[in-house]
Design a protein around this ligand. Structure first.
Ligand code: CO8
Length: 258
């Protein structure tokens, strides 16, 4: 399949999606978001892929939803087209883990797309922000919901209400990103992390992703119960037998279901 606004490739067992609208700082229009959805569909159904990386350019992961495309929208246009958000959930519903490798601007919908991924690894050049208020709108793809969960209510309010940007160091300190690396090491770091994940048992990887996500969507007791049920079910996996046998025999595990 050919894409207009993204580049899609595989690196070993990792699927790599590069947002590629350089002239508009990877502004997210419907075509681009639909293409990300299609690429995720393809990677999800490909048994040779165990993890996915989404990245942008040196200057921008994505500078937000395409302002030009929205500028003259009426309420009806936004509501009926479900602009951008109609495909947004695809990042969240992907069952394989997705790492966002962020350099430069991740603003508005760009920050929201990164937050919909499972792990954010940032270059030291990364800048995160929800500046929609400057445009007379508010975040519409999870910014007001995922940001407080990631960085606390006070910081989320600060960012959404003042439109200020957060640099990579502050983002790591606040818990929005898991690691900060020099910009020229960003892709290697993200691909290595993804390759590590892709080397483990895929059903276990998926169980962990599902369980951690439960922490966001349920109370503690329900989440703990969910984890326990999934934990017990892991003993039905051949990969559990292999992983534990490999430890006892002091050798590397050779997981069947990768
Ligand atoms: N949309 C469209 N084009 C954009 C966008 C954007 N979000 N951001 C940058 N561009 C374009 C510029 O118009 C410019 O194009 P041209 O060369 O043709 O004039 C080109 O990219 C380069 O941009 P700049 O010249 O502005 O570059 P600077 O380095 O001077 O500034 C900034 C970089 C600070 C990132 C600046 O471009 C900027 O502020 N961009 C807008 C950021 C923003 O407001 N983002 C939020 C957008 S709204 C949003 O994301 C809502 C999400 C809700 C999703 C669900 C919808 C229902």
């Amino acid at each position: 399949m050919s894409y207009e606004n993204i580049l899609v490739e595989t690196r070993g067992r990792v699927g790599l999606i590069t947002l590629n609208r350089p002239k508009a700082l990877n502004a997210l229009n419907d075509v681009l978001v639909d293409e990300v959805g299609a690429a995720l569909d393809a990677f999800e159904s490909n048994d040779d892929i165990g993890a996915i990386v989404i990245t942008g350019s040196e200057k921008a992961f994505a500078a937000g939803a395409d302002i030009g495309a929205m500028a003259t929208f009426s309420y009806m246009d936004a509501y009926l087209s479900d602009y951008i958000t109609r495909n947004w959930e695809r990042v969240k519903t992907c069952r394989k883990p997705i790492i966002a490798a962020v350099a430069g601007y991740a603003l508005g919908g760009g920050c929201e797309m990164a937050m919909a991924c499972d792990i954010i690894i940032a270059a030291d050049t990364a800048k995160f922000g929800q500046p929609e208020i400057k445009l007379g709108i508010l975040p519409g793809a999870g910014g007001t919901q995922r940001l407080p969960r990631a960085v606390s209510k006070a910081k989320a309010m600060d960012m959404c209400l003042t439109a200020r940007m957060m640099d990579a160091i502050e983002a790591e300190r606040a818990g929005l990103v898991s690691r900060v690396v020099p910009a020229d090491k960003l892709l290697d770091e993200a691909l290595t992390a993804a390759e590590t994940i892709a080397g483990f048992s895929l059903p276990v990887v998926m169980m962990i992703k599902e369980s951690v996500n439960r922490a966001y969507e349920s109370g503690l007791s329900e989440g703990l119960l969910f984890e326990r049920r999934v934990f017990h079910s892991a003993f039905a996996l051949e990969d559990q037998k292999e992983g534990m046998a490999a430890f006892v025999e002091k050798r590397a595990a050779d997981f069947k279901h990768r």
